[in-house]
Design a binder for this molecule. Structure first.
Ligand SMILES: [Fe+2]
Length: 304
């Protein structure tokens, strides 16, 4: 089988066609998908016909899948597939979510970010599948962190090459208006991440940053936050970004180590948006089941 990649922008993003989902995926097809991801960073596959199980099985071909956290007092929407991260605006009963804290929590996803950068064990691919899309809005926007890195002024490239940033999920929530203080965030786990991410497969390098990035190690807070802001703004200029709109069954795969993304606005109180995500851990992942997200949330003692 030969997959066709149709570019979305000249350097970044492609739609893939030619994958036969009625057959088990061959190693050759998986290798073609990986190769397309290396080149394009984001790949869109329309009309997959996947349900939760098909989504998880397809994703497993690409590596070790993260488990979504079990959160106290909040039942899973998809209890039989713990690999499914619920990215909807719906309750477990399928109603539109009206809990203000949860709405604010999810609002953090509208800021430019890289999935799970607040975890020491980084995520590589995210695979987001559409079940229901709003009539208007609700796109996902992507930023090309490799091209942005290549276009940075040389002195900035050199400067960030040796720097490390502290990431916290709760910092992006704070930026989105969630009721949490900097003191509370400082008492919760953070992850240290390099600010650049070399990519072995292509020899290219990406800026590794996003709204979970709170401070730069060894730099005064103000200076570090100004640098983070500069990098996010630089990388989200129009020439590095595009949006993906969805119909049910459409799947978008992005490489968190080469991109940032954000959810687009829509009428969250009146429009249903049911999106579900699987997430592939970076590198050689352990064979045994592991669940660092639940531990992260438990140690974060969220107020909701
Ligand atoms: Fe995300």
């Amino acid at each position: 089988m030969t997959i066709t990649a149709t570019p979305i922008t000249p350097r970044f993003g492609a739609e893939l066609t030619g994958i036969d989902f009625s057959q088990p995926l061959s190693d050759a097809t998986v290798a073609e998908i990986r190769a397309a991801m290396d080149v394009w960073g984001v790949c869109v596959i329309r009309n997959t016909g996947f349900d939760n199980v098909g989504h998880v099985e397809f994703s497993r071909h690409l590596g070790h899948l993260e488990k979504a956290p079990a959160v106290k007092n909040r039942p899973r929407r998809h209890p039989h597939t713990p690999e499914i991260f619920d990215a909807s605006n719906l309750t477990p009963e399928g109603e539109i979510l009206v809990d203000e804290n949860m709405v604010l929590h999810k609002k953090g996803d509208r800021l430019w970010h890289t999935d799970s950068s607040f975890m020491a064990m980084r995520s590589a691919y995210s695979l987001l599948l559409c079940y229901e899309a709003p009539k208007e809005g609700g796109l996902t926007y992507f930023a090309d962190m490799r091209s942005a890195y290549e276009d940075l002024p040389a002195d900035i490239r050199e400067k960030i090459g040796t720097l490390t940033a502290e990431h916290s999920l709760w910092y992006s929530r704070l930026l989105a208006g969630f009721p949490v203080t900097e003191e509370e965030i400082d008492a919760r786990p953070k992850a240290l991440q390099p600010m650049i991410m070399p990519q072995e497969a292509t020899g290219r390098t990406a800026i590794y940053i996003g709204s979970h990035a709170m401070d730069v190690v060894g730099m005064p807070k103000e200076e570090g936050r100004a640098l983070i802001k500069y990098l996010i703004e630089f990388a989200t200029q129009p020439q590095y970004t595009f949006g993906v709109s969805y119909e049910p069954g459409d799947l978008v795969i992005w490489d968190n180590l080469a991109t940032m993304h954000r959810g687009g606005d829509f009428d969250i109180y009146n429009e249903r948006r049911d999106m579900r995500r699987t997430t592939v851990r970076e590198g050689d992942a352990p064979e045994q089941a592991d669940d660092p997200f639940t531990a992260y949330f438990a140690s974060s003692t969220p107020s909701n």
